[in-house]
Ligand binder design. Structure first.
Ligand SMILES: Nc1ncnc2c1ncn2[C@@H]1O[C@H](COP(=O)(O)OP(=O)(O)OP(=O)(O)O)[C@@H](O)[C@H]1O
Ligand SMILES: [Mg+2]
Length: 411
């Protein structure tokens, strides 16, 4: 099998590192290997311990390689999130050179939109065109070939703190791979969970992970806002551990087995036996109390989302409602609670199936890595196109050699 036809996706999450190895042929992707290993070196989506992160990445890659029967891998498409991510919208305008708009005009106008002042400790991760305007015609997705004299673009820019991006890339490299492209995690999750119709209609993806909740707001098929909220499933577990005075692993067990965020009268009459902290006896706790603790955190989380929507003035755009994904979305009754607070339809989002995907992979905690794989496929196609260009002009520096080249523009 040619190494070029093998693509790799790496989701370095707060609770797990997941690797997917797949084979791509023409337009299909076939998953060959899956590796998932507990993650110990991240906090709120950012690397805080390189050694532990590298060990988790290595273990996850090895597992996937073993399953795929592949010994050597070169590079991976890597997801990024974390509290340090900051996204904003910008615009640019250029005169059209020869009346008919070419790729070069599109490149120039996107460059112009990128020319904004960014703090010296930040780097641009994505510049994503939302819509083009040719003279007075708005809402154009692809202006190439159109006639006009003035080309404008609105873009969504994703930035991250340089040292934290470097740390992530360094971990991937120390684990034996190069990061051929870095993609914001909610963009990847959106790719695997949302349909084109939903993105056109206006929808908010909420990926509730262990350490962060990642938001992507889509309207008219474009990404209009993205944000990382430093709150995730682990906060629900911690709240239970503190409120019930129980160890963390016991709190996680209770959350997964009995956790709900809606208190109903009958829950107050149902009691569970919980393991106390070491040296203390097991105790009886009402399920109603557990629901109250988890419910308070869920309320806080969705109120943060609601404030974000109001602040960005996006209420009218979200005709399609909200889609919850990520492992943390599975606490019982979370969609009902979200619907009550956000006052729009809310549903659970599962990754769409494609080649080689087992039913075990159709779980919200795999939305990001599956989306990364799909984006990776697109990236490989773009690379092949660029390599052809390189042969012709010898102008294009090889991708993947420097950090600068790791970032990709999503069109
Ligand atoms: N069935 C379930 N019910 C409730 N919570 C669950 C369930 N399964 C997983 N979770 C929670 O999901 C969280 C992990 O989700 P996920 O695997 O998407 O996170 P991650 O990608 O590792 O983290 P992040 O994206 O924040 O960096 C944990 O807090 C875990 O307790
Ligand atoms: Mg995640």
């Amino acid at each position: 099998m040619s190494t070029k036809s093998v693509i790799v996706a790496l989701d370095i999450g707060t609770t797990k590192v997941c690797t997917l190895i797949a084979q791509q042929n023409s337009k299909n992707i076939e998953i060959l290997g899956v590796g998932s290993h507990p993650s110990n070196g991240l906090k709120k989506g950012s690397v805080v311990n390189i050694e532990k992160t590298v060990a988790s990445i290595r273990a996850s890659i090895e597992e996937a390689k073993l399953m795929a029967g592949i010994e050597e891998l070169e590079s991976a498409t890597v997801g990024i999130a974390g509290n340090h991510i900051y996204c904003f919208n910008s615009s640019g305008v250029v005169p059209v050179k020869n009346k008919e708009i070419t790729q070069a005009d599109v490149d120039r106008v996107v460059e112009a939109a990128k020319a904004v002042l960014i703090p010296s400790d930040r780097e641009i991760i994505h510049v994503i065109p939302q819509e083009f305007k040719v003279d007075n015609t708005v809402g154009i997705k692809n202006p190439i070939g159109m006639c006009g004299s003035r080309l404008e673009v609105n873009v969504h820019i994703v930035t991250g703190k340089t040292p934290l991006i470097h740390n992530l890339v360094k971990c991937v490299e120390q684990a034996g791979l190069t990061a051929n492209s870095i993609i914001l995690q909610p963009i990847a999750s959106s790719r695997s969970v949302l349909s084109m119709e939903e993105k056109e209609l206006g929808v908010v993806l909420i990926d509730i992970g262990g350490g962060t909740t990642d938001i992507a707001v889509w309207k008219d098929g474009s990404l209009v806002h993205s944000q990382i909220i430093p709150l995730g499933g682990n906060h629900f577990t911690n709240d239970l551990a503190v409120a019930l005075k129980i160890p963390h692993n016991e709190a996680e067990r209770i959350k997964l087995t009995y956790g709900t965020v809606l208190n109903q009268a009958q829950l107050n009459e149902t009691y569970l036996t919980v393991q106390g902290l070491s040296g203390t006896r097991a105790r009886e706790v009402s399920m109603g109390y557990i629901a109250e603790v988890l419910g308070a955190r869920a309320e806080e989380m969705f109120n943060v989302v609601k404030e974000m929507i109001l602040e960005k003035n996006l209420q009218a755009d979200i005709t399609g409602g909200f889609v919850l994904t990520g492992g943390g979305a599975l606490i019982r009754n979370l969609p009902e609670m979200a619907e009550y607070i956000l006052e729009k339809p809310v549903k659970l989002g599962y990754p769409q199936a494609f080649g080689g995907m087992t039913s075990a992979m159709q779980h919200p905690k795999f939305s990001t890595v599956l989306g990364l794989l799909q984006e990776s496929n697109k990236f490989s196609e773009a690379m092949t196109r660029d390599e052809k260009k390189e042969d012709e002009s010898d102008m294009f520096d090889k991708l993947g050699k420097s950090l600068k080249n790791v970032f990709k523009e999503i069109f």
